[in-house]
Design a protein around this ligand. Structure first.
Ligand code: SAM
Ligand code: SF4
Length: 337
């Protein structure tokens, strides 16, 4: 790789709407060992391994972002823990913690946490998000098509034992797990985990109609308010969730509502795919090929590509749940949820 011009650049990443970009998500692989119905088709085709960036390329790009003021990085996918070398990546990025980087986190389905949690903690990860849409083994298998709930619960225990703070992500699905929202909240509260509810987003074809399963979270929140006192929390974790404390349970609940409550004005993030495409919005097609820039011109070209990216970041997503086709053709697992 050619090395040229001074690097790192001290110039922060600010987009055309004045938003400072301080958060990068890296999808380390598009592959997954589950096939959640709202996320993927059962017959999902994955990229050939040769098209994925190497761990060194991912590290170089992450470092370029840190040098431009990105303070939080999340590893995601696909399932990040099925990617070989992901803990090496975590260690390499983790070296910047306290020296530009404030936080390194991970979103996982939990199936491999039992064996990986300790290495993640040692790399400097302090918090993880674990996706868990049901505590009923049969329903869990139905939603994930292949998943074994016991394995995930075991993984969550191992992560807690390794000292990781855990936030459970639950996609709210009408007629499927909506009756489990309150039990999930109590289960999380009893273990000291936070819970975030997510509305299904129209990303990629999933061999089914998401409209049938779409559950608006404003109604869920109202139903919870009939039973509990929800006190708005000023806390933001750098993400789009709005948090509330539930005094009666000593618990925290977050709502991610891309459809009922647009959150674009405060957007601080961009997303890197495992192929090296930087998507500037989860719900749009605008992207810049950072791997090509890195390969062609090294760090200086990468830096110039980041400037082009800032100029290209769109103002807001274009999601609506009832459009005849998904808002964007690529799946959440490609861009990194
Ligand atoms: N495999 C990991 C996991 O499931 O946590 C990380 C990747 S997954 C794409 C990240 C998050 O996106 C998960 O919490 C998942 O539930 C959520 N997700 C996937 N597809 C979605 C969709 N169409 N709408 C809303 N959330 C989605
Ligand atoms: Fe895999 Fe996560 Fe998508 Fe489920 S939500 S299929 S675990 S990438």
């Amino acid at each position: 790789m050619a090395e040229a011009l001074p690097f790192p650049s001290p110039i922060p990443l600010i987009d055309g709407f004045g938003r400072r970009i301080s958060y990068l998500r890296i999808s380390v692989t598009d592959r997954c060992d589950l096939r959640c119905r709202y996320c993927m088709a059962e017959t999902m085709q994955f990229l050939p391994a040769a098209r994925l960036m190497t761990i060194d390329e991912m590290t170089a790009i992450a470092e370029a972002f840190i040098a431009r003021g990105v303070r939080r990085i999340r590893l995601t996918g696909g399932e990040p823990l099925v990617r070989r070398g992901v803990t090496d990546l975590a260690r390499a990025i983790g070296r910047h913690l306290g020296d530009g980087l404030d936080e390194l986190t991970l979103t996982t389905n939990g199936t491999r946490l039992a064996s990986e949690a300790r290495a993640l903690a040692e790399a400097g990860v302090k918090r993880i998000n674990v996706s868990l849409d049901s505590l009923d083994p049969d329903r869990f298998r139905h939603i994930t098509r292949t998943g074994d709930l016991a394995k995930v619960l075991h993984g969550i225990e191992a992560a807690a034992a390794a000292g990781l703070r855990i936030k459970i992500n639950m996609v709210a699905l009408k007629g499927l797990n909506e009756g489990e929202i309150e039990p999930m909240l109590r289960w999380c509260a009893a273990r000291g985990h936070d819970l975030t509810l997510i509305e299904t987003m129209p990303l990629g074809d999933v061999e089914g109609d998401r409209t049938d399963r779409y559950l608006p979270l404003d109604g869920v929140k109202r139903a919870l308010e009939n039973r509990y006192t929800l006190v708005a929390s000023p806390e933001r974790t750098g993400g789009p969730a709005r948090y509330f404390r539930i005094a009666e349970l000593d618990a925290k609940i977050g709502f991610i509502t891309p459809l009922t409550g647009n959150f674009c004005a405060g957007c601080n993030r961009v997303r890197l795919t495992a192929e090296g495409q930087l998507y500037l919005c989860l719900g749009r097609e605008d992207r810049i090929d950072l791997r090509a820039a890195l390969q062609e011109g090294g760090r200086a070209a990468l830096n110039a590509a980041l400037d082009r990216a800032m100029a290209a970041k769109p103002e807001r997503h274009g999601f609506t749940i009832d459009a005849p086709t998904p808002a964007v053709a690529r799946h959440m697992s490609v861009t990194g949820g």
